[in-house]
Design a protein around this ligand. Structure first.
Ligand code: SF4
Length: 222
């Protein structure tokens, strides 16, 4: 059964890959939103640098960032790609939170999952992945953000249809795993995708879950 295979894969990934220590803490929702906007199509190291520079220059709060000169936000996050668009998205989100939610995302995050997702996605520039990251990391809401690694690993493992879009993959994974494991699934699939189940040439012969993967060895003859 697919559920048993999924449970086995997760168990092995938990044993072979470490979860980062910060997962035990719950980051502030607005910080998570800002980091996730900065991280779009950007390497982790550049995201971290951009966020650190922004944090040194401004308090990471809707009030502080709405009144910050846009050019200074742009300059602070310049190590991330698309910094002009991202600075604008951050400032527009900060303004929405101030105007519609009195400066706090907390009431929005307490809504039921789908309502909260829809409300977050009303912010210009905030798509389903950003909304899901904020909800999972900062509100313990039961969702699984699907980034490029999660999408690839889920499909190769046969946990989502090959041509499934974001929502199909998210729903497929949520149906297979327990909500208590959603954060681990998200983080471990990313780590596994980076280390072993690489985009171009997955290292199937070294893969700890190859006995449970229908794509095992597909690349051997390519
Ligand atoms: S066996 Fe290969 S395709 Fe399957 S999860 Fe492992 S690395 Fe990815």
């Amino acid at each position: 059964m697919m559920e048993n295979r999924a449970a086995k894969v997760l168990q092995i990934l938990k044993q072979t890959l470490a979860l980062p220590a910060w997962t035990k803490s719950k980051p502030a929702p607005f910080e998570t939103l800002v980091i996730t906007i900065i991280s779009q199509n950007t390497a982790d190291i550049n995201t971290a640098k951009a966020f650190e520079t922004l944090s040194k220059r401004f308090e990471i709060s809707p009030k502080a960032l709405v009144s910050a000169p846009l050019g200074e936000i742009e300059a602070a996050i310049r190590t991330a790609g698309l910094w002009k668009a991202k600075a604008k998205t951050i400032q527009v989100a900060a303004r929405c939170i101030l105007e519609k939610y009195h400066g706090s995302l907390q009431p929005l995050l307490s809504l039921r999952l789908e309502q909260a997702r829809d409300a977050l996605m009303q912010f210009p520039g905030v798509g389903p992945k950003t909304a899901d990251v904020v909800l999972l990391f900062s509100a313990n809401q039961p969702t699984i953000p699907v980034d490029t690694h999660v999408d690839r690993v889920a499909k190769r493992l046969g946990f989502a249809p090959e041509k499934g879009d974001y929502e199909v993959v998210r729903q497929g994974l949520m149906a297979l795993f327990k909500p208590a494991d959603f954060l681990a699934v998200h983080l471990l699939f990313i780590a596994h995708g980076r280390k072993t189940c690489k985009s171009q040439r997955p290292l199937c012969s070294q893969c700890p879950v190859n006995a449970f993967c229908p794509s095992n060895g597909k690349w051997d003859t390519i």
